[in-house]
Design a protein around this ligand. Structure first.
Ligand SMILES: [Zn+2]
Length: 206
């Protein structure tokens, strides 16, 4: 499948194929729920997800991560979910339509990105953006994980192409009329059932 969009680059003036954003439609914590549980204890709406377990409530928001691609004019963008504390979640929700809301939260990564193994969540800084853009996340540099190393060292253009093609092979691309070059990924089709139930992610406990 080829859904790439050609554009004239403002950086080098050449024509490039634009990589699609590799976006997850929900956090793994939601994907692992049974269809019944999704109906009864969870709510997934736009950039927000909340799961009410008997002992705790987990809160997630959708963010954006830019993976640097070395010797390339463009980055590879990911749409990823993080879990937030109740305080941060409420603050983000209250300011969702506030164009000038700039703050930083702490969050845990809640999507298993293909090509990496996760046995615990990656800690993230979550930077809200002016102009109603999605918050941008950055992994804590001190956290020892291949994804964190790639983030700070950059990946090759071939690797970026490989990731895009891998995602396109793995998922059913859904054209999102609202946002060009956006692919929503049902995580369920990316990771196997057993893998999804391993629950490597961290959430906030009270
Ligand atoms: Zn260029």
């Amino acid at each position: 499948m080829n859904i790439s969009i050609k554009f004239t680059c403002s950086c080098c003036g050449k024509e490039h194929e634009e990589w699609p954003s590799l976006a997850f439609s929900s956090p793994d914590n939601y994907d692992c729920l049974s269809p019944d549980a999704r109906e009864t204890i969870a709510r997934l709406e736009g950039d927000f997800c909340i799961v009410h377990h008997p002992a705790q409530t987990d809160r997630f928001i959708r963010c954006s991560l830019n993976q640097k691609v070395n010797y390339s004019c463009q980055d590879l963008n990911y749409g990823l979910w993080v879990s937030l504390s109740e305080k941060s979640y409420d603050d983000y929700l209250a300011n969702f339509n506030n164009d000038n809301h700039e703050t930083t939260y702490f969050g845990w990564l809640c999507n298993g990105i293909p090509g990496y193994n996760f046995d615990s969540s990656i800690p993230m800084n979550v930077f809200t953006q002016k102009g109603n853009l999605r918050p941008v996340i950055e992994p804590h540099e001190s956290f020892d994980h291949p994804f964190v190393k790639d983030y700070y060292q950059g990946i090759t253009k071939d690797e970026a192409d490989r990731r895009v093609n891998q995602m396109l092979d793995l998922i059913e691309a859904i054209a999102d009329p609202g946002k060009k070059k956006n692919i929503s990924i049902a995580t369920a089709t990316v990771a196997g059932e057993a893998e999804r139930k391993s629950k490597w992610w961290k959430v906030w406990k009270y």
